[in-house]
Design a protein around this ligand. Structure first.
Ligand code: TXA
Ligand code: MG
Length: 353
């Protein structure tokens, strides 16, 4: 179903949302747009449907799903009493790109959704079509990102088609995603917010709204560094993610040093017959030459880069690029989340020049 960009109010859009909602409410698995990335949704209480979502994605079953709600009334039946800090974050950021890990009420959602944890991750997306669709389904909707496991998250309906076309019951096309990176995931206890996955809601914003300490913790990265076997709090972070098919290296430093290094490396790779790709900021694009030079956006507008990143990674794949270099970006605002995803896409290869 295609929903026009200028709104979900037309009769065609309403009919599409009703139909897709019915499909979700009766055990179907349907991909739909949110402000962050496209999700692959199903009734969170329907274990059979949840299992089909895992199968369609090829996702490891110990990685829990986020439950999406359309309004606060859908929250109470699935969670136990939660902290005042969590309530403050809901008031400040919902609907929006913030997922909050809350104490789960046993039996309310399928155990496959929580992967056996005693918590459930919940978010209310800031997207008209998504909210109407969840309301039309009449139940909380469990939805991981609508990509094959290990591929970049889908920011356009075409990305969902590339990855999942024949494996799902429906796709609601709402145009390109406004944010382009997955939601910030937090775990909250009285007096402390722990960031399990950075996103467009930043640590500073969380501290201001929660009025408390914020700890930034990337489970995957932390685990890799220390090698300690402790179970990750957010199981998803231990998997390699967002990886393009080509091998990628992230390069940080002064712009001239970065472009000098990358062009030298790229020339060597090209001489050996490998196809090269470079991911750069508008301001530095003229300094580069390769089989594919993709521009993420302007350094001054990191939100643009966030919106373009996954599409660019998919483009490198389509062009058969074998070696990719990417300029590192400043860590301010959404830049922290962007660097997190770039680092994962690079499998941790970050070079300082
Ligand atoms: O923006 C988003 O969050 C998108 C859209 C579709 O809403 N969804 C998304 O879902 O990115 P997914 O499944 O790709 O990532 C969910 C993340 C994983 O890292 C998972 O481990 C974590 O949330 N998660 C889910 N339930 C959790 C829980 N109970 N405790 C800790 N982490 C949890
Ligand atoms: Mg995902």
């Amino acid at each position: 179903w295609r929903i026009p960009e200028n709104g979900s109010e037309s009769p065609e859009a309403r009919a599409a949302i009703t139909e897709a909602g019915e499909l979700l409410g009766t055990g179907g698995i349907v991909a739909f747009p949110t402000e962050t990335v496209y999700g692959l949704g199903c009734d969170a209480a329907n274990t059979e449907a949840v299992e089909r979502v895992f199968a369609a994605k090829g996702r490891p079953s110990d990685n829990p799903l986020i439950v999406h709600i359309a309004d606060e009334r859908q929250l109470e039946p699935i969670v136990k009493p939660y902290s005042g800090t969590a309530a403050k974050l809901m008031a400040a950021f919902w609907p929006g790109p913030l997922t909050i890990v809350l104490p789960a009420l046993e039996g309310a959602v399928s155990p496959r959704v929580t992967a056996g944890l005693d918590t459930v991750a919940v978010r209310m997306p800031a997207h008209e079509t998504a909210l109407k669709l969840i309301a039309a389904a009449g139940c909380p909707i469990a939805a991981p990102s609508a990509n094959r496991s290990g591929r970049p998250s889908p920011t356009r309906a075409e990305h969902v088609q590339e990855d999942l076309e024949s494996r799902i019951d429906g796709l609601v096309d709402g145009g390109p995603a406004a944010v382009g990176l997955e939601s910030t995931v937090v775990e909250v206890s009285e007096g402390c917010i722990r960031i399990l996955r950075p996103g467009s809601v930043t640590a500073e914003e969380l501290a201001a709204a929660g009025g408390c300490e914020v700890v930034e913790q990337d489970e995957g990265a932390a685990g890799e560094r220390s090698g300690q076997p402790e179970a990750p709090r957010s199981p998803g972070m231990k998997y390699t993610h967002y990886a393009p098919a080509g091998s990628m290296t992230l390069v940080a430093g002064e712009p001239e040093a970065v472009s000098g290094y990358i062009m030298k490396e790229a020339a060597m790779a090209a001489a050996e017959g490998r196809r090269t790709g470079i991911l750069v900021y508008e301001e530095h694009a003229a300094a580069y030459e390769a089989d594919a030079v993709l521009v993420l956006g302007s350094l001054g507008r990191p939100a643009d880069a966030a919106r373009t990143l996954y599409d660019a990674l998919r483009t490198f794949d389509k062009l058969g690029i074998e070696e990719i270099w990417a300029e590192a970006c400043p860590q301010e605002g959404i830049g922290a989340a962007l660097m997190n995803r770039l680092t994962k896409a690079a499998g941790g290869r970050l070079i300082q020049v």
